[in-house]
Design a protein. Structure first.
Length: 199
């Protein structure tokens, strides 16, 4: 396996997380800032935004999510919701991934020929950034997983953290010390996923 592929292989959806991490806050900040500089984006538009939550802010994210889920779920599901969200609260911090809609709207005006592509392309660029950070964290000994409680939590999160209305929440990534290493995901047969043609 190539060195870079080994680094990809270290990334998993780590759900058993704790507060003990092998990096300082500043080092996490550096990983995120470096990847925000490096990720590719359509017309180099860099529409992705990140909000990094530690301490009370991290707890607040998961308190809001739990309250929202409970408010729309039948009573018999409340215990399992609390159990699931507790796993994310137990992590050290969370990364919120956003897209700046103003950047995307400006692109649509500037390049009308591609206007219909820009929403999709911006999600794709955001996903590449998520993967880069997820992989960087794993290789620094920090586990993370990817969650999507948007759009349910968008309004409350916007208010709680004073986020611009121009920013659209795309994903939430709790991260922390690794309490348990999951098995690598099951791999589907390569034959149905990959084709080579020479003529
Ligand atoms: C676009 C995308 C959306 C995902 N959404 C969720 C999610 O909402 N909740 C979750 O627990 N995992 C989510 N995952 C994680 C996948 O379930 C996980 O990557 C997959 O099962 C393979 O496992 P691995 O990450 O350990 O390799 C998502 C992954 C991707 C790429």
């Amino acid at each position: 396996m190539q060195n870079i592929t080994k680094q990809f292989a270290a990334r998993h959806s780590f759900y058993e997380l704790n507060k003990e991490i092998p990096l300082e806050k500043k080092e996490i900040e550096t990983i995120i800032k470096e990847n925000l500089e490096l990720y590719p984006s359509p017309f180099n538009s860099q529409s992705s935004r990140i909000v990094l939550l530690f301490g009370d802010a991290h707890e607040k994210l998961w308190d809001i999510t739990k309250a929202k889920l409970i408010s729309i779920s039948p009573k018999e599901r409340h215990d399992s919701i609390k159990e699931k969200i507790a796993k994310f609260s137990q992590a050290h911090g969370s990364i919120l991934y956003y897209m700046d809609k103003k950047v995307i709207d400006d692109l649509k005006l500037k390049y009308p020929l591609y206007a219909h592509n820009f929403d999709n392309w911006s999600y794709q660029a955001n996903a590449i950034l998520q993967f880069m950070i997820w992989t960087s964290m794993a290789n620094a000994g920090i586990g993370a997983n990817l969650q999507h409680y948007n759009p349910l939590i968008d309004e409350d999160i916007m208010e709680a953290f004073d986020i611009s209305k121009e920013w659209e929440l795309v994903a939430q990534m709790p991260f922390g010390g690794i309490s348990d290493i999951p098995e690598a995901h099951k791999v589907e047969k390569i034959e149905q996923k990959f084709i080579i043609k020479e003529k």
